[in-house]
Design a protein around this ligand. Structure first.
Ligand code: ADP
Length: 505
């Protein structure tokens, strides 16, 4: 449809119709003729590759920005930006609240203050807080409560101001499994109350489990919708990888995977068997400059393969690093990053001390064993910037950082050991989406310098974004080795990967 033309009838029964939405930033066309219908009581999933226009759509729907062309309408006609700002609520992965106000005060923000009365918590507010499980925190400053609670406050505030359209933007990317479950319970309640609910997420399992319809956005338009029995992880994965242009990924991947003639693989594993039989006869090689993801459900052996290379699982077979055999040699040239940050980080130390924690002694102490404090201080500052750690200073406690920034410190520790190979178990577990991208970029830069990255991952889409190749494990066997840039086979590959991951749900 031509942008700017509102040809479709207005949706009936409390729905919202988006027609021909267009938005450009300079020469970038973020949205170009997007049409979508939103129905009350339905949870609509939105997926799309990075840069597809999802955030732009959210901002326009939330009344934060105007579209250049197109129309948003309800039964009564055109929805103005003011109408949208009033009725649409965005639930962010990092809630936008006033940190120094209490939970209860945040709920009242925006409510009118009269000449004599400040807005007061009334009985309905109390009931709302009670049903949302935040009443116990009503007098706590928002900065002191957990992320999951802050999100509930954000939802509660939207309900209290009678919002009708709820946009959940990657809401659970930094939540634990239990917290995620609670959040989705709220999301379903909000929908069942007759509101319009949109869930934007990279997580295919959440889309399948919690929505009835998924719209795929690509290049600023709706590029396919899935409903009913057609809504499977595999189908979403196929849609998502369909539009990847060959040169979008493969140029880089081809350059990276290019081997010097005669250069042995960085890592070579053959006849590799787990003593306790989690996997057997595994064989693969990893080239210099390659980022490889190991994917598989718990029990598939994928996690154990990675851990065995790190030396944490008893295994036997042939393992070589740059042609030299032996587990001990591999371990000496490898750095491992654990899935749980509490294993990597020292919670009683500062950000700076943590980042330098795995440096060899000569780098941090003089020949008499005294710490080179001034040098360490300036080195820590440099590394904090290099690894994009968002910290106010090197001397603040590591525990004050967000999960994503703590993980960057854990990865920096490992990279600063200057290993030839880095092994990571779930490197972005509990990490917000922005930090995820930065972490993958850090790993990519590390590999580009001639090293290798092998990581155990659980999220398919990320694997496509982050890795050159995916090793899929099923029942203890290496079932497929898939180049993410192999566009001839990519749909089939997406299906294999999706199936392997789907078993995990
Ligand atoms: P997504 O959320 O799907 O990753 P976005 O809506 O953020 O996509 O971006 C769509 C396109 O618009 C991208 O090419 C992005 O670089 C561009 N874009 C988004 N916001 C801005 C902005 N404020 N200024 C310039 N370009 C932008």
């Amino acid at each position: 449809m031509t942008p700017g033309v509102s040809a479709a009838p207005l949706s009936k029964g409390g729905g919202i119709a988006l027609r021909g939405l267009a938005k450009s930033y300079g020469n970038t066309r973020a949205l170009q003729g997007l049409d979508l219908d939103l129905a009350p009581g339905e949870i609509l999933g939105i997926a799309g590759p990075n840069g597809a226009g999802k955030s732009t759509l959210i901002r326009i729907l939330a009344g934060e920005e105007d579209a250049d062309a197109g129309q948003i309408s309800n039964d009564d006609g055109h929805c103005t930006r003011e109408f949208l700002a009033k009725h649409v609520a965005v639930v962010h992965q990092e809630p936008q609240l006033f940190p120094n106000l209490t939970v209860a005060e945040n709920l009242l923000v925006g409510r009118e203050r009269t000449r004599f009365f400040r807005p007061r918590i009334r009985q309905p507010d109390r009931e709302l807080m009670s049903t949302m499980g935040i009443l116990v925190h009503s007098n706590d400053a928002v900065s002191k409560v957990r992320l999951a609670t802050r999100q509930r406050v954000e939802i509660g505030r939207a309900l209290a101001r009678n919002a009708k359209i709820f946009l959940f933007d990657e809401p659970n990317s930094a939540l634990s499994a239990d917290e995620s479950r609670d959040l989705f319970r709220e999301l379903h309640k909000v929908s069942e109350a007759g509101n319009i609910v949109i869930l934007v997420t990279h997580r295919l399992d959440d889309l399948v489990r919690h929505t009835r319809r998924v719209a795929l956005i690509r290049d600023g338009r709706i590029d396919g919708q899935l409903t009913g029995t057609g809504l499977t992880e595999e189908a979403i994965a196929r849609l998502l990888v369909r539009g990847l242009e060959p040169d979008e990924k493969s140029n880089d991947a081809a350059r990276r995977a290019r081997k010097e003639p005669g250069e042995p693989p960085l890592l070579q594993v053959s006849a590799w068997c787990h003593t306790a039989k989690a996997f057997s006869n595994v064989e693969f090689a990893l080239a210099s400059r390659e980022v490889v993801a190991v994917l598989g459900v718990e029990g598939s052996g994928a996690r154990e393969v990675l851990r065995s290379i790190a030396g944490f699982e008893n295994s036997r077979g042939d393992i070589r690093l740059r042609g030299r055999e032996g587990v001990a040699h591999v371990r000496s040239a490898t750095a491992y990053v654990a899935p749980s940050r509490s294993e990597s980080l020292f919670h009683n130390l500062t950000v700076g001390d943590n980042i330098l924690a795995r440096l060899a002694r000569p780098e941090i102490a003089n020949i008499y064993g005294r710490l080179k404090k001034a040098e360490m201080q300036s080195r820590a500052d440099v590394e904090i910037r290099r690894f994009w750690v968002k910290a106010e200073s090197a001397s603040q406690s590591i525990t004050t950082l967000s999960g994503g920034n703590q993980q960057k410190v854990a990865i920096a520790q490992a990279i600063l050991k200057r290993p030839q190979l880095i092994l990571l178990e779930e490197p972005t577990r509990g990490v917000d989406i922005g930090s995820k991208r930065e972490i993958y970029q850090l790993l990519r830069d590390f590999a580009d310098d001639g090293a290798g990255v092998l990581m155990f991952c659980t999220e398919i889409l990320e694997v496509f974004e982050a890795a050159d190749r995916v090793l899929v494990f099923v029942q203890g066997r290496l079932a497929a080795s898939i180049k993410t840039a192999d566009h001839e086979r990519i749909e089939e590959l997406a299906a294999t990967v999706a199936r392997a991951a789907g078993e995990a749900v």
